[in-house]
Design a protein around this ligand. Structure first.
Ligand code: GLN
Length: 537
């Protein structure tokens, strides 16, 4: 079938959940047998979010092909189980960079380069390039930000032009807020009307309006919105606050989002979506048989979005074990030798998070030490793994000055060191070891037991590595390398076999955990935490 394009815009306020609605629609269309991809267009000027502080923009998500992307791509993958790529996330910065590169090359043959048509053409090219692969029945494009923002104007204009070209093969879903006024006990539609007007002023008529709301929207209100906004009454849908984001596909199915999309695009004779697996997942999520307490030790804990993929990976792994994972986010900056027991002793498992720079690192090292010496299951991810190596060097090998050269460039024991090819790189954007790399697992290890296969691939995002110069010292003292990248002889995983479950990984397993495939290492870690809990009873 010819590729159809669905655009998802947002109005009234940000953070209404466009990403989740887009991912839910993709999920439903895939469950009906279609091939779907989702793309995010971000109106900010950074080339990608790789250089953004997690406080600003939440987690930076990494794709197989090494793109540093918006965290919404994580939702897309978790909901659809399909890998995204560089093509699935484009920012204003990248659009302008491409246009300016073309201008310098002389591609515009002396013409004045302008927002319309050059920037809008470039945006359209990024949208249709996914459709032109022929791999998809639907390309869903989510526009970041809110309609009416100055910076989203070129994107809305690009949609207007594409809609004109594609006709029935394109459709716009507008997500708005219908606020509830406590004082008068009323839901208000005016902000929705205004935001749709704004979109119309820019030449775009939405086909479907999804209203984010805290209370059910009555038939009357739906009719009112339909009347004022030029849409069918059946095209005004509600998205009521859900207990979990994973409820949203089922809620949107009940509202008929996918049905309405297919009707509007004249696609009929389609099978109903098969949601058996999804509903089973939700049932297990709602009714866990037991619970464990796991500490997530990091330095961005004020903002859940900074560790989005890790938190979601725990949801998936909890369901796989039919166990509720009660996650406690613990600020590493405030952990010291005096308070560590108070902060960590009640936990059944401890994960030390990824990160950059020296803030909070000593607290992370103390947390690793606590987990190691108290036989609490430990999972170190990227910087968390590096902290485990540093802790072992300091307290087992007795090299008190051991460190990573990221934090202490002159340390006499650089147990974590910069990769040779990274040494002379000064640009920060897109220059780390990024994306998917192979790793070979050693037999009779915790990781082999978890994955059940020898050769795996995982995604990376770091500059520093385990320093092989010290490998023998570590192995002789009881910390062994259990996952190796053979191409470059890099240590990707460390374990302490004498500990109940102590695993550190240089890569980011959390990026590959989805509802359909909960990540084997998170599943095994939660299992170890459950074991720890039952042992300590
Ligand atoms: N800062 C460390 C490095 O660059 C770890 C990065 C991470 O945790 N993602 O190697």
């Amino acid at each position: 079938m010819e590729t159809r394009y669905i655009f998802v815009t947002g109005g009234v306020a940000s953070s209404l959940g466009k990403g989740i609605i887009s991912a839910s629609l993709a999920n439903l269309l895939i469950a009906r047998g279609f091939k779907v991809t989702i793309q995010k267009l971000d109106p900010y000027i950074n080339i990608d979010p790789g250089t953004l502080n997690p406080y600003e923009h939440g987690e930076c998500y990494v794709t197989d092909d090494g793109a540093e992307t918006d965290l919404d791509l994580g939702h897309y993958e978790r909901f659809t189980n399909i890998s995204t790529s560089q093509k699935n996330n484009v920012t204003t910065g990248r659009i302008y960079q491409n246009v300016i590169t073309k201008e310098r090359r002389g591609d515009y043959l002396g013409h004045t380069v302008q927002v319309i048509p050059h920037i809008t053409d470039e945006i359209q090219e990024h949208i249709t390039t996914l459709g032109n692969t022929g791999d998809y029945d639907f390309v869903i494009t989510e526009i970041g930000g809110t309609v009416g923002d100055i910076e989203s104007l070129p994107f809305v204009e690009a949609i207007r032009q594409l809609r004109w070209q594609k006709g029935l093969n394109s459709l716009v879903i507008h997500l708005t807020l219908v606020p509830y006024l406590k004082a008068t006990k009323e839901l208000k539609t005016k902000p929705t009307q205004h935001s749709v007007k704004e979109l119309q002023e820019q030449g775009v008529q939405p086909d479907i309006i999804v209203c984010r709301t805290e209370h059910d929207i009555s038939e009357n209100l739906r009719n009112k919105i339909a009347l004022f906004c030029n849409v069918d009454a059946t095209s005004v849908l509600q998205s009521v606050d859900a207990q979990s984001i994973y409820e949203v596909p089922v809620l949107m199915y009940k509202e008929g989002l996918d049905r309405e999309v297919l009707r509007k695009m004249n696609i009929d004779k389609v099978k109903e979506p098969d949601l058996t697996y999804w509903k089973d997942f939700l049932h297990k999520l709602r009714f866990p048989k037991q619970s464990v307490k796991i500490g997530l030790v990091g330095k961005y804990v004020e903002l859940n979005d900074s560790y989005k993929s890790i938190i979601e990976a725990f949801t998936h792994a909890g369901v796989a074990n039919e166990c509720k994972v009660e996650l406690e986010l613990i600020h590493s900056e405030y952990i010291d030798n005096e308070n560590v027991s108070k902060k960590l002793s009640h936990l059944n498992g401890i994960l030390v998070a990824p990160g950059f720079g020296d803030r909070g690192i000593e607290g992370k090292i103390i947390a690793v030490n606590y987990a190691r010496t108290h036989s609490i299951p430990f999972f170190g991810v990227c910087l968390g793994m590096q902290c485990a190596v540093i802790e072992f060097a300091r307290n087992v090998l007795q090299w008190q000055d051991a460190h990573s050269t990221e934090i202490s460039p002159q340390t006499p024991h650089p147990v974590i060191a910069i990769m040779a090819e990274q040494e002379n790189i000064s640009d920060k954007g897109g220059t780390m070891r990024l994306g998917s790399y192979p790793c070979r697992l050693l037999p009779n290890t915790k990781v082999m037991q978890a994955y059940g296969e020898e050769n795996i691939r995982e995604r990376h995002r770091h500059r520093y590595e385990f320093n092989n110069q010290y490998l023998d010292d570590f192995q002789n003292a009881g910390m062994i390398a259990t996952g190796i990248n053979d191409d470059r002889n890099l240590v990707e995983i460390i374990e302490i076999p004498s500990h109940p479950w102590f695993v550190g990984v240089q890569f980011h397993p959390e990026y590959k955990s989805t509802v359909l495939h909960s990540h084997p290492l998170f599943v095994a870690f939660v299992k170890a935490a459950m074991q720890n809990k039952s042992n300590s009873k």
